[in-house]
Design a protein around this ligand. Sequence first.
Ligand code: PMP
Ligand code: PLP
Length: 425
Amino acid sequence: MNYARFLTAVSAARKPSAIRLLTELQQRSPPSLISLAGGAPNPNTFPFQSARVEVKGGDAVVLDETLMKRALQYSGSYGIPELVSWMKDLQKSLHNPPTAGYSPERGQMEMCVTTGSQEGLCKIFEMLVNPGDNVLLDAPTYSGTLAALQPLGCNIMNVPSDQHGMIPEDLRKVLAQWDPTDAQKPDCTVPRVLYTIPNGGNPTGASMTYERKQEVYELARIYDMLIIEDDPYYFLQFQKPWAPTFLSMDVDGRVLRTDSFSKILSSGLRIGFVTGPKPLVDRVVLHIQASTMHTSTFTQLIVSQLLQNWGQTGFLTHIDGVIEFYRSQRNAMLSSADRWLRDVAEWHPPMAGMFLWIKIKGIKDTQRLIMERALEKEVLLVPGGVFNINSSDPCPYVRAAFSLSTPQQIDEAFRRLADLIKDAV
Ligand code: PMP
Ligand code: PLP
């Protein structure tokens, strides 16, 4: 892989901050080291002394005075070492990325902690996307992705998809307008980046099959593209075994994967991870050095302590409980949809995530229906248009989340939605 051809001029120009390098060094040194380097403030002057976080059904996470001083201090930009290494072990057990993709000559696998996967995605796009670049994704897609990509002035190209995600045959057709041998030429217009949400897509709920991922990966090899695998609903797959990921099949080192703890540990703590080829993850970290410096050390320590207490087994047991919750919520939403919306709408049961994507019959665009009339009926959903590449294109869909409301509330909401639709058509 020639990673240099994927970098924007801004990303290529990033240089390590000397002081950040010293922080990384210090983080890995014994306590006997006397450091007069760096500009770390003295935590004895900070008002916070210690912390204890009770954990449902488990041992409390305790930050005694010593740990608390660390929690309140600057830390390295990749993330605190014990959290990064715990996550590397987890990635290895879950995805077992083929070692060939991470041999030294192709770039080793690297990971860094991000302040939510949104930060990782945004920095990945800023690393890779120039104005005018063709970028491939399967719309409708997560509005946060569009918010990060669109201002970069790229040309976002849609690859048709269905309830099983991006359709490889359609990707092949989109790509057929280019000659793959042009990909290595300077100023070529062959897309260099393909983005997708492989499980429980936001907003569509779609999950990609292993076979489709294999075909998409092969096309990425032919056209020398990077794949951005944005997978925050990976741990919310209702069926076992979980589908193999792009990361698990990455023999070349062309996959950048973003993971998120937002749906399983906390969305407000803001913890995510970027996993991928070292030369690219290193560039993301240089950007972190120049922006947030690192994800909150306090947050990382709390999460890391919890994970060390749990071990992988405890973590996966927790995940099982989360899945059970969302599965029963999904089932409740599907039965309410059957009860109230059967004649006025269509949908596919999602196999992961927390969204039902509903196509409303006889309505060309749900924007006005939701923004002007839904509040009167006291029911709120997201009009599908906001997930389109061009948000003003008419869209007959709405997105319903089954994450937060009770089955009774979901049922009442769909009764109101059915009323609303019948009034409107
Ligand atoms: N500006 C100056 C002049 C600084 O010295 C520092 C910290 N050393 C910062 C900004 C960054 O501060 P923060 O830790 O709040 O990101
Ligand atoms: N990617 C997708 C597809 C999402 O749906 C979300 C959150 O809604 C994110 C990324 C952002 O996640 P995080 O909270 O980890 O930044």
